[in-house]
Design a protein around this ligand. Structure first.
Ligand SMILES: [Zn+2]
Ligand SMILES: [Zn+2]
Length: 273
């Protein structure tokens, strides 16, 4: 496959689990590698939630994040297109917040990464509590489908994330593949082939006997259904751009039957709600 020239999935140190590099290092790396588009999509803050090691704090970090990316966008405008976004979970009670981010803070885009939800006491609730927790996987799928239908998100990050806790491909797992892909197809929302899942999670199967994203079976189903795809580096360090195993993804595309033309180069941002 051709080397990537667009990436809309880039984190910063503010999330608490990326390397401490300044934001500019990601821009310089992308320019060095010939990228045309670089979107920043750090883990979004929620105004009423503090979750160290997972996401920035709205009151402390959000203004700085926004200012920094907008500054870089201007500074490097002759070399690369920089976009301001966030990766965020969907919970219906935050609908006004998603609107605020897009309309008032003028973010270019939101992408949905449905890692967890928060309960009414603002405690994190993860979907799966043990391997082969199929009920948890189904809750994940239902929330992700609601996110797709909500119309706030320009693409779906690692749609097959739940496979990190699945050891057995059962008919119910295959049904989940199909339900997510059908929802994305219906709303014309691209599904991300997450590069970080391969770079940094590929040993999960050896250690835990589970699958990991991006998963060939999931993407075979999504291809059959006629979805759109996009690669996401999900960079948590500038050198993640150097670690992309293009031979692996060549094979991945062949095995899933996805042609390079079916993988978007430029992301179309959804209109502001
Ligand atoms: Zn994510
Ligand atoms: Zn991410």
């Amino acid at each position: 496959m051709n080397k990537l020239i667009s990436n809309y999935h880039t984190h910063t140190y503010r999330c608490g689990h990326a390397l401490p590099n300044p934001d500019e290092d990601y821009v310089l790396k992308a320019i060095e590698l010939g990228y045309k588009n670089l979107g920043f999509s750090d883990h979004a803050p929620f105004k009423d939630i503090i979750h160290p090691g997972m996401r920035m704090i709205f009151q402390n970090d959000f203004k700085d994040y926004r200012d920094s990316i907008l500054h870089l966008k201007e500074k490097y405008k002759d070399k690369i297109n920089i976009f301001l976004g966030l990766e965020i979970e969907y919970m219906p009670r935050y609908e006004n917040y998603y609107k605020e981010l897009l309309n008032d803070y003028k973010l270019d885009y939101l992408i949905v990464g449905q890692h967890l939800t928060y309960d009414e006491n603002r405690y994190p609730v993860f979907y799966q509590r043990f391997n082969d927790d199929f009920e948890g996987a189904r809750r994940y799928a239902n929330d992700l489908i609601a996110a797709i239908n909500s119309g706030f998100f320009s693409y779906v990050c690692h749609p097959d994330l739940f496979l990190n806790h699945i050891q057995t491909l059962t008919p119910e797992v295959e049904q989940i593949f199909e339900d997510i892909a059908l929802a994305a197809k219906k709303k014309d929302i691209p599904l991300e082939i997450n590069i970080n899942g391969e770079t940094n999670n590929k040993f999960l199967p050896l250690k835990y006997g589970c699958f990991h994203y991006p998963d060939i079976n999931f993407f075979k189903t999504a291809k059959k259904i006629g979805c759109k795809f996009i690669f996401g580096v999900d960079a948590h360090a500038p050198f993640d751009f150097d670690k992309i195993d293009y031979d692996y993804f060549d094979k991945f595309l062949k095995e899933t039957g996805i042609s390079e033309e079916e993988v978007l180069k430029d992301l179309k941002f959804i209109k502001r709600p």
